[in-house]
Design a protein around this ligand. Structure first.
Ligand SMILES: *Cc1c(COP(=O)(O)O)cnc(C)c1O
Length: 327
């Protein structure tokens, strides 16, 4: 995959992350083709999760040239804010996090980690206040003689999405390496989705590899149509970054059509626990030793647990989020 390898990035993630068979879970759920967990909770850097792979491309050496500060935004317990703050600290840069709403207890979970990692936190009342507050922070830094790099929500940009095309190359290789142990069918990938960059990278990776894997994306908040649209557009723009060597736009659209996006596990909204999600946390914990987070992977896990008469083996992409357990 030299075409992807040619895109500059800053190495942050500990990869490849393992692809772990979970036979007891598959037996318990009656899914004889098997369940494999792609453990991206363990990308390691800044306590890991999916945002690390995306940031590797957002924070390429070229883009960091002359930069003194990183600015990004999210909720008061954002995983993306945590990893961005860790990257800024490691790179020796300042970091401003624009956070909508106040955490119930700033001494717990990601809110605590944002502070430990030394970020300056600007609280705004609403999601819609985040973008103008990031712009204002960037202007102030420039006025003070610095240079800010603003990283959009979730690092879900075309560039950031490339991180998940790389993850797909890993999964594909790990699937081949299973050899005899690999089930006959290509796997179906089950993944949590929100800002869409992870899903976009999965789509691009499938197109790049010419690997016809069906994907089940499970929304953590937004309506399925919005997530599908966002991820498809990002996949197309990310594909364009690869130039003439990348997959054609038609090929990317074809891969996007194999994606099913579900929003019927969101429940009361972003971060609101659901009975199915809590049950999924107990099931993955008890039968796989795999700990899900309550905001994202619990809802994707609930969708997996609800699959009936599934004939494909499943790859559950664990996107991380562990600090939310300790909010
Ligand atoms: C951000 C996040 C997601 C969603 O990924 P997107 O690329 O924003 O769709 C899923 N799981 C966890 C743990 C996350 O932090």
């Amino acid at each position: 995959m030299t075409r992807l390898d040619a895109v500059p990035r800053t190495h942050l993630a500990h990869t490849p992350t393992p692809l772990i068979p979970t036979p007891a879970l598959a037996r318990h759920l009656g899914l004889p083709a098997g369940i494999f967990v792609k453990a991206d909770a363990w990308t390691g850097f800044g306590l890991g999760g999916n945002k690390v792979r995306k940031l590797e491309y957002e924070l390429s050496p070229q883009r960091l040239d002359g930069v003194t500060h990183l600015i990004t935004a999210g909720g008061p317990h954002s995983n993306h804010c945590r990893v961005t703050a860790a990257a800024a600290a490691w790179l020796g840069l300042g970091c401003t996090l624009v956070v909508n709403g106040e955490p119930e207890d700033p001494g717990r979970g990601n809110a605590l980690l944002h502070r430990i990692l030394g970020a300056r936190i600007v609280s705004v009342p609403d999601r819609s206040d985040r973008a103008p507050a990031m712009d204002a922070a960037a202007r102030q830094i420039e006025k003070d003689g610095g240079k800010a790099l603003v990283i959009p929500l979730g690092a879900s940009t075309p560039r950031g999405s490339l991180g998940y095309a790389v993850a797909m190359v890993e999964i594909h290789r790990q699937w081949q390496e299973l050899g005899e142990a690999a089930p006959g069918e290509p796997p179906r990938i089950v993944v949590s989705a929100s800002s869409g960059g992870t899903l976009a990278g999965i789509i691009l990776g499938a197109a790049l590899l010419d690997w016809p894997v069906p994907v089940l994306a499970v929304s953590a908040d937004d309506p399925s149509g919005e997530i599908r649209e966002r991820a498809t557009m990002l996949a197309q723009e990310a594909g364009a970054l690869l130039g003439p060597d990348g997959p054609s736009q038609e090929r990317i659209l074809e891969a996007a059509r194999t994606v099913e996006v579900r929003d019927d596990f969101v429940g009361g909204g972003y971060g609101a626990p659901t009975p199915e999600g809590e049950e999924a946390i107990r099931t993955f914990g008890r039968f796989a030793g795999v700990v899900l987070d309550p905001v994202y992977t619990a809802k994707a896990g609930a969708a997996l647990c609800a699959l009936e008469s599934e004939i494909s083996p499943l790859v559950f992409l664990h996107t991380g989020g562990h600090p939310a357990i300790f909010r």
